[in-house]
Design a protein around this ligand. Structure first.
Ligand SMILES: NC(=O)c1ccc[n+]([C@@H]2O[C@H](COP(=O)([O-])OP(=O)(O)OC[C@H]3O[C@@H](n4cnc5c(N)ncnc54)[C@H](OP(=O)(O)O)[C@@H]3O)[C@@H](O)[C@H]2O)c1
Length: 218
């Protein structure tokens, strides 16, 4: 049994993530803005803590990080991220320092498939999508990219993993695998399948310090 500290647990991916982790018998600590959104999940292994990543300092962060094996972020607030890089500020000023202080190493951050990996190849097709359909989420991509830059430049002591997820629907269509950037292969997957991928990948040492897309196993 492992302990997962989860951000974004009430969201499209996060909700599936916590259900899958609990089904596997793990402990989950979820820091959420609105705890009532998780009221229907009755499981003694789920601990819900109220808080917003824009609270500085975020109450109870250290005690939640302490004793966790894995930290997983499936955060997003497209409206706020249009105005401010709230994820970057939180990861940089609060989360990573707390992980360092409490000796917690492994961190998976879910970004978008159209968020460009730091100093890595972005195909012309993805570039075109990013600057057309992706414009609606420009703030979210800019925030995700700033997180990737920070992790690569200043947090290599953390065992971070970025999942550049493509998500388009609910349900399940299969099992996702990591798609190295050199492969330029990716799927527009379901929330549940991305959550299952995050649960598997955060525990995979081979994924540390990668910022890959995911694609379905054929
Ligand atoms: N949705 C997509 O189609 C898609 C596709 C590809 C990649 N992604 C990436 O994956 C990430 C997660 O996407 P998603 O669709 O699963 O998420 P989502 O449904 O948009 O939910 C975002 C989660 O973040 C939480 N959150 C937002 N601001 C917060 C704050 N200040 N403090 C604490 N929690 C906060 C939300 O809490 P509340 O319930 O309180 O709002 C919610 O749990 C996105 O950031 C995006 O980069 C998304």
């Amino acid at each position: 049994m492992s302990t997962f500290l989860v951000f974004g647990a009430t969201g499209g991916t996060g909700r599936h993530f916590i259900n899958l982790a609990l089904e596997e018998g793990h402990r989950v600590k979820a820091i959420v803005r609105t705890p009532s959104k998780l009221a229907s999940i009755r499981n003694p292994n789920l601990q819900v803590i109220q808080g917003s990543i824009t609270d500085d300092p975020l109450p109870h962060l250290d005690e939640c990080v302490r004793g966790s094996d894995y930290v997983v972020s499936m955060l997003g607030d497209a409206g706020m991220q249009m105005r401010s890089k709230i994820n970057t500020a939180f990861v940089k000023k609060q989360l990573v320092p707390s992980m360092r202080k409490n000796g917690v190493k492994r961190f998976l951050y879910q970004a978008g498939g159209l968020s460009k990996p730091y100093k890595e190849y972005f195909s012309p097709y993805l570039w075109m999508l990013r600057h057309t359909v992706g414009n609606a989420y420009a703030g979210q991509h800019a925030d995700n990219e700033a997180v990737m830059k920070y992790l690569a430049e200043d947090a290599m002591d953390i065992e971070w993993i970025v999942h550049r997820a493509g998500i388009g629907s609910e349900g399940s269509q299969g099992t996702l695998r990591r798609s190295p950037n050199s492969e330029s292969k990716y799927s527009v997957a379901t929330f549940r399948d991305c959550a299952a991928y995050n649960l598997k990948t955060v525990q995979d040492k081979a994924a540390v310090h990668t910022s890959c897309h995911s694609c379905y196993i054929e």
